[in-house]
Design a protein around this ligand. Sequence first.
Ligand code: DHB
Length: 389
Amino acid sequence: MHKRTIVQAAVLGALLCASGLGLAQDAFKIGLILPMTGPFASTGKQIEAAARLYMAQNGSTVAGKKVELIVKDDTGTPDVTKRIAQELVVNDKVSVLAGFGLTPLALATAPIATQSKTPLVVMAAATSSITQASPYIVRTSFTLPQAAVAIADWAPKNGIKKVVTLVTDYGPGLDAEKFFKERLQFNGGQVSESLRVPLRNPDFAPFLQKVRDAKPDAVFAFVPSGAGAALMKQFAERGLDKAGIKLIGTGDVTDDDILNSMGDAAVGVVTSHHYSTAHNSAVNKKFVEAFTKANNNLRPNFMAVGGYDGMRVIYEALKKTKGAGGGDALLAAMKGQIFESPRGPMFIDAQTRDVVHNIYIRKVEKQDGQLYNLEFDTIKDVKDPGKVR
Ligand code: DHB
């Protein structure tokens, strides 16, 4: 070989090494894609705040690597989430994709995770089937079937036999509707009507009028985080409470983030969920205190906890692999993690890559002038019923 060619090759090699391995090796990049604007911005705000809190508490150097969080706004639009994920993988060379504020955003991005062998940590979206969309998906949020089955067990034991369901018309709502209905029927109850409201710009009034006319014992509701206040307002304005119709649902409806703004109409509402700001444990008290302090008194909701625990899963996977082995090794180290979350005990099932945790039955009550979801019953270690069948 010509001498000049050898030198050129050596220089080129060194450059490749510096860019591809040497320098990049010092940083471990996490691409956090969230709706930071638009109707689901509260989900993005909660998760970003929780991720930053986790990093502030646990340091930004792990296994000798600098952890870099790259936060991107997808505005809640699936095409945008997918394009951002592609850019983060190809240009920024992120080791992990995380966030995913809504089901369609996670589903749109699943093929990118599979093709690039990049672990994708779902911190918010909660349709059961999401983890089946790619073998690289790990979930730290929850699933709607987990929550819906629990309240369908509670309701008939508490005088609620005839129910109308009212859900947002997309993945998690359809999961909530199906699993609630099947379980209530199994328990001897009956869903007399199933109503679905659009995801974008929902007007609950005409649907709640239908509920009123149907005169059920209760309406079971699912709406995504942020939409519960409008539902509660319409519920009271239409006089459903005065007509003796109870409101029950998954905890998305009495979201801690906006619960105080719902006022007295929310008092007494019973829901099922995996997290309440009022969860009584030392780990949660510490989490809530640190979160509210760092975020101008913002209350952490279940989205925040999904983000906080997602960062924990990523950090521990990095510690275990010391950053070697790429996406497959990281994924393997995420599977089977077991730890105490602010929500209570939590486990990432190695087979399904989905979260196993307690589901709590809670009632909205006023304490010291503030509204809280107070947990009064616990169903332990609930696996996603969407997968065990
Ligand atoms: C989803 C979004 C939410 O805001 C929520 O509370 C539950 C599920 C979702 O899109 O999967």
